[in-house]
Design a protein around this ligand. Structure first.
Ligand SMILES: [Zn+2]
Length: 216
């Protein structure tokens, strides 16, 4: 699929634990995963903390880890001549199932937002129960189209970096991205199943991806 890659480039040496191999439900294609080590250390920081505290700290560290991974994929998207957006789908066990760069070019497909590409691929390759407990990490808040796609894909949780509102401050009415400023929570709240949303998170880091990109 254009603009979509499975698994991770592991040539940066950033992750050194042994990954667990997962197989996408229909495609039979392997997807590499990330180890738990990077976020599990946060859970052991405070011996006086309760199990809930440790669980929350673990979730926060894990969210930051995979959100930063989406930022790295967004930078890769820009290096490939596309807009600096990306989305990563991670299952409940911390395995990266799908990652996608923005897919605007080469066909100028304005619907090829990274989250929409992930949602579409998830529907055709990931079982529904896995999708329901998975988290989609997006470098920027899903627009109304992408929130709709995430809803229809039954992906249970979304974590995003940059808000639509702040993205609009960067893009203005740029013809390639006249940002649709509608909170994704409003879209999800209109649905009949719950989608948990976390964000904006690490917003300054997410915003840095867009500095100078939309200047005309
Ligand atoms: Zn979108």
């Amino acid at each position: 699929m254009a603009g979509t890659q499975l698994g991770l480039d592991r040539d940066d040496g950033e992750f050194d634990a042994i990954p667990t191999q997962v197989t996408l439900a229909r495609s039979g294609m392997p997807a590499q995963t990330l180890p738990n080590a990077q976020w599990s250390s946060a859970m052991a920081m405070n011996d006086d903390s309760t199990a809930d505290d440790q669980s929350a700290a673990g979730t926060q560290a894990r969210d930051a880890h995979f959100l930063r991974h989406s930022f790295a994929v967004a930078r890769r998207s820009m290096s490939h001549g596309n807009h600096p957006f990306a989305a990563v789908l991670v299952d409940a066990g911390g395995r990266v199932l799908i990652e996608a760069e923005n897919g605007y070019m080469p066909a100028r497909d304005a619907t090829a937002h990274a989250e929409r590409l992930v949602a579409t691929q998830a529907c055709t390759s990931i079982a529904a129960d896995i999708r329901a407990t998975a988290t989609l990490y997006s470098s920027a808040e899903p627009c109304a189209m992408c929130a709709g796609a995430i809803y229809w894909a039954g992906i249970g949780r979304v974590v995003y970096g940059l808000s639509e509102r702040r993205l609009r401050d960067f893009t203005g009415n740029h013809p390639e991205n006249p940002t649709l400023d509608l909170p994704c929570r409003d879209v999800f709240a209109s649905g009949q199943r719950t989608t948990e949303v976390v964000g904006p998170l690490l917003e300054d880091e997410a915003a840095a991806l867009h500095i100078g990109v939309w200047d005309r």
